[in-house]
Design a protein around this ligand. Structure first.
Ligand code: TRP
Length: 460
């Protein structure tokens, strides 16, 4: 099948695709959200459940998304219009496009923090500060409207510029340079962390399961984290799959992406927990883990400013390769369905996300009214939290459920297997894949969704 529009483009090589898809998956989700969630859910037990969720759910949903994208060579809306014309399935794609806009707005704000902290750490802003001072520095940093909006703007401009380069020249070229760099800095940080005094306590917390810490909420959080981290449920992987050639082996590609993403998340944990326990801090402090605690740690280690700046550079790199994949989804929709040029599509997609991100950027203290919009069971949601809850959680779970049901029950397993045999004529695992995609994934994800409806704080 020919691409629908010459503005679409294709990946230059198989390795380029794997780098780009891994670059999408690896982001704030791995380096920031994963350790935070591990710390809130009892350490090693959570890590184990997370690994099961990646292998048992995310891997198969990723295969489903890649297959839909490559078969149709379309954006998430186009996929359903092509495979189920005239049906309501296209609204699942519309939800994905809206979700891309919603996630990119606040993701860019949080990504902006990494730039701010890269700068602060490099110039030694935390050097003589006490733990309390560092905490209040974070508070005043996120409450400063000009800083928040400027960093958000900077991040979105960089994203739009990369995306304007198109598929081969933009996303792929950048991912090829940035991903290995990211791995290198992370390994460096892990080596520093595990050689600190008392690193063993952190390693034990991270690696030795304490079964009494296994909770339903932890299981749900692990499954949700596995979707978020692998960029599933809104059509990112449909869109990336749509730029893939028929010769590629989708099962191999998905295996690589899942393995690399998990490797980075696990390494991030190895970088953070030994250092955390080495200076005697609590693992369960939540969202502030990196921005409040790490400067304390960097203060106490040799060449701390250098390691600190390296760490935030790493986060910024990881965040931008993810953000480009989120902004690309609405852009692909405009290119395919509205026949816009890539330039116009990317400007509108990025510009819209920037505007939607402004209230998120102002919701951490700059405009007090925006920082507490809703209270559920003692937890207060500001604008940013609310966007995260609606788009980053509910919408992704609904989207993943929809993809599994669509592929398993509407498009059908025989079409899926035919697509998987393209580029992999020896594919023989029909029964295994059929069971997971048609039954296991829809049932487990549906249960997760039901749980979330009654426990909106499960991820909070
Ligand atoms: N997976 C990325 C991360 O870990 C974020 C991301 C990119 C994403 N594309 C997505 C999350 C699509 C959900 C859906 O930071």
């Amino acid at each position: 099948m020919q691409p629908a529009n010459a503005e679409r483009g294709q990946w230059g090589s198989r390795l380029g695709f794997i780098f780009a898809a891994a670059g999408s998956a690896i982001g704030l989700g791995n380096v920031w959200r994963f350790p935070t969630t591990v710390g809130q859910n009892g350490g090693a037990v959570f890590v184990l459940v997370y690994l099961l969720a990646v292998v048992g759910l995310s891997f198969f949903v990723m295969i489903a998304e890649f297959s839909l994208g490559r078969r149709t060579q379309r954006n998430p809306v186009g996929v359903y219009k092509t495979l189920a014309p005239g049906s309501a399935w296209k609204y699942l794609g519309v939800l994905g496009v809206l979700t891309g806009w919603g996630i990119s707005s606040f993701y860019s704000v949080v990504a902006g923090w990494t730039l701010g902290y890269l700068w602060k750490t490099a110039v030694g802003a935390f050097n003589q500060a006490s733990a309390d001072q560092i905490a209040s520095m974070f508070g005043s940093f996120v409450a400063d409207p000009l800083t928040q909006i400027s960093l958000h703007f900077l991040f979105m401009v960089a994203t739009v510029l990369i995306l304007m380069g198109g598929i081969k020249g933009g996303i792929e070229r950048w991912s090829k340079i940035l991903m290995p760099l990211l791995l290198g800095i992370l390994v460096l940080l892990v080596v520093r962390s595990v050689t600190l005094p008392n690193a063993g306590i952190g390693l034990e917390y991270y690696l030795k399961p304490d079964w009494s810490k296994l909770t339903g909420r932890g299981v749900i959080a692990a499954v949700g984290q596995a979707f978020f981290s692998l960029s599933l449920g809104m059509g990112t992987m449909i869109t990336y799959g749509s730029y893939l050639s028929r010769r590629e082996n989708l099962v191999t590609a998905a295996s690589w992406v899942c393995a690399l993403d998990t490797l980075i998340a696990l390494l991030a944990g190895f970088a953070i927990f030994p250092a955390l326990f080495s200076v005697g801090l609590e693992p369960s402090i939540g969202a502030g883990l990196i921005f409040v605690v790490l400067p304390n740690i960097f203060n106490k280690i040799f060449l701390g400013n250098l390691f600190g700046a390296g760490f935030f550079l790493l986060l910024a790199i990881a965040a931008i390769t993810s953000l480009i994949s989120i902004v690309e989804v609405p852009a692909a929709y405009f290119i395919d369905e509205r026949k816009w040029t890539r330039r116009k599509a990317v400007l509108v997609s990025g510009g819209g996300a920037f505007l939607a991100g402004i209230p998120a950027a102002l919701s951490l203290g700059a405009v007090p009214g925006l920082s507490s919009l809703l209270t559920i069971e003692n937890r207060t949601y500001g604008f940013l939290d609310l966007m995260n809850l609606l788009f980053g959680q509910y919408s992704l779970i609904i989207g993943s459920l929809g993809v599994a049901i669509f592929v398993g029950w509407k498009w059908g397993l025989s079409n899926l297997f035919a697509e998987l045999r393209e580029g992999n004529p020896d594919f023989r695992a029909e029964r295994l894949f059929g069971f997971f995609i048609k039954f296991f994934c829809p049932i487990i994800i549906a249960l997760l969704l039901i749980y979330l409806i009654f426990n909106p704080n499960a991820f909070a």
